[in-house]
Design a protein around this ligand. Structure first.
Ligand SMILES: Nc1nc2c(ncn2[C@@H]2O[C@H](COP(=O)(O)OP(=O)(O)OP(=O)(O)O)[C@@H](O)[C@H]2O)c(=O)[nH]1
Ligand SMILES: [Mg+2]
Length: 310
């Protein structure tokens, strides 16, 4: 078992456990049970936005500042494994390389379920491992506004949406779903033309939001490439953390989060069982029978389900 070394913050043990969890290998579930009491301490920050918005550059800046405060930082980059961003992860690796020698910074990329969308089974568990290993902060970077982002926003303490200037249609495009996930808007690349316009568009969008003013997300501007606006960014993050912790809203969110977590664990345990079942030779024979039309797939699915739940 690795958990004892994981909660001591041993990087090698952490890397091994993440692999074990990812492979759903052996007693991984026992390991997760054992680390659970040591979770719930890290500040979970979700950062999302369109490809190329500057999320990783912002994350780099955050890592730097958190390290100056002697905080231990974990980063999870959710890799959409899309053909478009294949190079982005490599770029991130190179950019974040300066932290590779710092044992208080731990960076991992995690694949999604690809075209199906949604987080891969192990993402939730990897967040837990990152929490249990003693990180003060865990940053989760995701691309776009899809199912993953919505899930992450429910898991994170604070969700940040990064927007860039010069995309009039973009604001239209992000309208759906984005308001409910953002606790804070960061207009990055504030050195480019059209920043004011983008901020105004966002303000307009928020003016239609029925929530009371104090519950609406704030908008800040950054130039991540030059490190401009990062102090304000960090202080907003902590402000939000405190604000959300003390609100009634957070109580509901907490309940929602635990429900989501439980369901995702159930979901993945069932999926594990199904995987095991489908490789069973007897099931392969049953599939043959489907091919010969000796059986109907509904009855077969039903009897297999009963078997899974027996
Ligand atoms: N002009 C300008 N460029 C920036 C700024 N911040 C980041 N960039 C550039 O924008 C490009 C994309 O930055 P990334 O940090 O990789 O963006 P990302 O959102 O992580 O991208 P993906 O992970 O591919 O979605 C890089 O070339 C950065 O150098 C900024 O404030 N101003
Ligand atoms: Mg990135």
């Amino acid at each position: 078992m690795l958990y004892k070394d994981v909660i001591k913050g041993n990087i090698r043990a952490v890397a091994k456990l993440i692999r074990k969890v990812d492979d759903r290998d052996g007693d991984f579930l026992e390991e997760l049970k054992a680390i659970y009491p040591h979770t719930g301490k890290a500040f979970l920050i979700g950062i999302t936005g369109n490809p190329g918005a500057g999320k990783s550059t912002l994350v780099n800046n955050l890592i730097k500042k958190f390290r100056e405060q002697d905080k231990r930082v974990g980063v999870i980059a959710i890799d959409p494994t899309s053909p478009f961003s294949g190079g982005a992860i490599l770029g991130d690796r190179i950019r974040m390389q300066k932290f590779f020698t710092d044992d208080k910074v731990f960076i991992r990329s995690v694949a999604t379920r690809g075209t199906l969308g949604g987080l891969s089974r192990s993402t939730y568990d990897i967040i837990k491992v990152m929490d249990a290993m003693g990180n003060d902060v865990v940053i989760i970077e995701t691309v776009g506004v899809g199912q993953d982002e919505i899930e992450i926003s429910k898991l994170a303490d604070v969700s940040v949406v990064v927007v860039v200037p010069g995309l009039g249609d973009h604001i239209q495009a992000i309208k759906a779903g984005i308001l409910e996930i953002a606790d804070l808007f960061v207009v990055n690349k504030a050195d480019l033309d059209g920043v004011e316009r983008t901020v105004m568009d966002l303000q307009y969008m928020l003016s239609m939001d029925p929530r009371q003013e104090s519950d609406k997300p704030e908008i800040i501007q950054t130039i991540a490439e030059k490190g401009v606006g990062i102090e304000e960014f960090i202080s907003k993050l902590y402000e939000l953390k405190e604000k959300l912790k003390s609100s009634k809203y957070m109580e509901n969110l907490g309940r929602e989060r635990h429900k989501l977590e439980l369901f995702s664990i159930l979901d993945s345990l069932i999926e594990d069982k199904l995987d095991a079942l489908l490789t069973d030779t007897r099931v392969k024979e049953e599939v043959e029978m489907l091919q010969n039309r000796k059986k109907d797939p509904y009855s077969l699915a039903e009897s297999l389900l009963n078997e899974v739940f027996k």
